[in-house]
Design a protein around this ligand. Sequence first.
Ligand SMILES: [Zn+2]
Ligand SMILES: [Zn+2]
Length: 311
Amino acid sequence: MDRRALLTSLGAVVAATPLGAQESPPRWPSPVIDMHFHMRASPARNVAHQQGAGITAANLLARGGDASAVLALQAQNPKMFPCWFGSTDVTKPDAEKILTQTVKSGAKGFGELKFPVAADGPEMRRVYDLAAELDVPVLIHFQEIGQPAAPGGYNTGIKRFAAILKAYPKTKFIGHADAFWANVSADYHEQEAYPTGPIVPGGVSDRLLSDYANLFADTSANSANNALSRDPAFTADFLKRHQDKLHFGSDCNCEDGRGGGAAQNSDRVAPRMRGKCVAQETLKLLTASTAPQVFRKIAWTNAHRLLGLKA
Ligand SMILES: [Zn+2]
Ligand SMILES: [Zn+2]
């Protein structure tokens, strides 16, 4: 076994750390762009998470429709923050106006959209029309079951979503969150947010990714990590089959890229991810579950292609 294969088999490719030295950031099989990076309160905190987790670049999910903080951070760190998505409350009458303005200010997509509406309701339908017109993807949080940090449902009705994918062929959709990822298994009936155990093939979201060219997904949050940790044989095959449609994302709340900080250690975080950096955990999982060329697509190339960025 050569060095690369050995390190790959160990999961993360971690640089050797001399005793007593500051912990080095991990190294991954290719450069990485985090497609699900919620913008933090200060410029330094955004950079700290990237550096601690060994991540090259991030797609910033702006706080609402205000572009100014995003543009300032981008100007300071153009390589680390090459792109961003704009968002606004889709239930408000001025949603289309605000979303259009974010794209005029440089946003490459809408999201994340996490509001208590149906995924096939009138609020989201007007967003899908606008996304097609402006040629930007829509990042959707699909949730059916309430959570401590997010009670109620958001973009409900993923099991009906094939009709939307068919009705809006020019709109590019990025799926994310617990209902999307729990539905990789065909036996899912909204019994819990994070089901465990082996995957039953033929789940709704797996089929939608296969059947519709306009559906993509990000591997962010505990939801994706949980789904991709359930059944290693399924995961390896799933990542191979959808290697051109998945984007690495973290949705991590930790402060330092190593699991630190109060938010990632609170009881609002799923116990299996508490005190851990979601970015690092999912990158380790992807490293262990894919060939290096597939890792590169998921962690780097696919996002650049979807957003029209130079790799
Ligand atoms: Zn979300
Ligand atoms: Zn983290």
